[in-house]
Design a protein around this ligand. Sequence first.
Ligand code: IMP
Length: 409
Amino acid sequence: MKKVLSSLGPVSAVIGAQWGDEGKGKIVDILAEHFDVIARATGGANAGHTIIVEGKKHVFHLLPSGSLHKGKEVVIGSGVVMHLPTLLEEIEILRAHDADFLARLRISTEAHVVLDAHKEIDGALEESRSKRIGTTKRGIGPAYMDKAMRTGIRMGDLAGDIGSLLREKSAAIKRMYGVEMNPAEEEKRLRDAMDIVGACVTDTVGLLHDALEAKKTILIEGAQGTLLDLDHGTYPYVTSSSTTTAGALQGLGIPPRALTSAIGVAKAYCTRVGEGDFPTEAQGEASQRLRERGGEYGATTGRPRRTGWLHMGDLRRAARLNGFTHWNITKLDVLDAEDEIPFAAADASDGAALARMPGWKSSTVGLQSYDELPKNARGLIERVEKETGVPVSFIGTGPERQQMITRLS
Ligand code: IMP
């Protein structure tokens, strides 16, 4: 992995190309050791990545997956929406592994706060919709609604008197959504949290620019995926933030010209949680097989994920939208037992039957060299490269850290 920084450059973003859950956490974990700062830019506790701390599995929602790396600065940027009780739970777990974790955590004064009431509103809005979105009910949409209405509460506000702000909000929420909010309890939760993380709240935009000037390296950890992007995704079945490279840069206040690479992460097949169109969705036994082999159950909600096949057109669009310079194709081994692998070709018209390529019917688990891959598995990888014009530099061959093929030039 000596070539990592020479290939990626000092400011790199890891961005989901599908509907989230592409397995971004593993590549971030592998790359994090090469970077000085790990930064999360958008979204909130709707994300979920499984982290192993001291041999025990935990699911983190707010802290970046790179947080485990001792000595790295961890930044939660302005575009993130923060549910502080969730953050505190995660910090508690991490402090058992690294007592000094808080000394390296920085949270933007501009990040908006997710109240418990936002979660209630999320649930109430879902119930009232004729077409449900299938949100994670983590209050993400309502918190971004408050932000866009310019009535949100930001991390920087929490140092002041928030009692009157919360009482005002409680009355407005009751009026607009019929949701009861207890301002005294919300205030207590926020104050308790600030006692612990207050010293971490700072101007992260200034901090990141100081880091850039000091020639520090920054790894940007995207959340969710391109097809869930508020502007460019499968609206209205999307999340409420910008999940693309541009959204991540905006969320952190890093200018586009500072970025040196963008790694698109896509599974070798496809999954989706929640409602919405899924043109390559598998049916029946094939769908169940992918779900079981890939362990496809939501990390945040536990919902069984819908499963299906690669959509080359979506990958090409994601590569264009995000300016991908590298691909990480994850979970290739999940396809090991397939006779044939269906996929949507990039130039296929809507509703056309899926194309098929032959499977390889042998284990790729744990392979680390491209040449060891069966010919048909290489065929799939090379098809992605041909359809998108972006090299596949990382290929996941199992859940463990070392189960990865790296091809960096
Ligand atoms: P929300 O972000 O909770 O409002 O949910 C909106 C849609 O995005 C739903 O379909 C969710 O299942 C989906 N979603 C949000 N975050 C993630 C994620 O991290 N992985 C996968 N799907 C997500």
